[in-house]
Design a protein around this ligand. Structure first.
Ligand code: SF4
Ligand code: SF4
Length: 153
């Protein structure tokens, strides 16, 4: 390969590189005048759509000033990931149980929604919470009854 063809190749590379640069800058310039669709997370957070499936939470009912879980265990038996543990107590003999503790391991929950659908008391739902990152696997095991108390205090 002679010095002339080397020079041609060099010029061609410069032209190709310049063309890519102009195309890239054109896209950047066009974006400057388009509506902003990103937010400065975590300083700003998006409001999720009504159908968004965040992690499972207990529903607060005004009549009992709490959830309606009766610790029947149906959700525990239905969960395909086996990540639910429920403990309930009866205040008096002959009364229905009342759910006291309700742990879900969100590091393994697939958010399939079967627990929400199967609950006879309709006391579970999807939250709009999307921050599901934890520093330890144990941080992902959450008592949703305690969480309900904390958010309704
Ligand atoms: S959403 Fe699915 S995987 Fe998660 S706890 Fe409920 S049943 Fe189990
Ligand atoms: S959340 Fe519903 S299905 Fe699960 S134990 Fe409580 S009442 Fe039963």
């Amino acid at each position: 390969m002679g010095p002339l063809s080397e020079f041609k190749k060099y010029i061609l590379e410069i032209l190709t590189g310049s063309k890519s640069l102009v195309i890239g800058m054109g896209i950047t310039f066009k974006r400057l005048f388009m509506p902003i669709v990103t937010v400065q997370y975590p300083r700003r957070k998006l409001t999720m759509t009504p159908n968004f499936r965040g992690h499972i939470e207990a529903i607060y009912f005004d009549d009992t000033k709490s959830h309606h879980c009766v610790a029947c265990g149906l959700c525990v038996r239905t969960c395909p990931s086996h990540v639910i543990k429920v403990q309930g107590e009866k205040e008096k003999a002959g009364e229905r149980k009342y759910g006291q503790k309700y742990y879900i391991d969100f590091t393994k929950c697939s958010l399939c929604g079967l627990c929400v659908d199967v609950c006879p008391e309709k006391t579970l739902t999807f939250s709009h919470e999307y921050e599901l990152a934890y520093l330890s696997r144990w941080d992902g095991v959450i008592d949703i009854m305690r969480r309900l108390e904390a958010v309704t205090k």
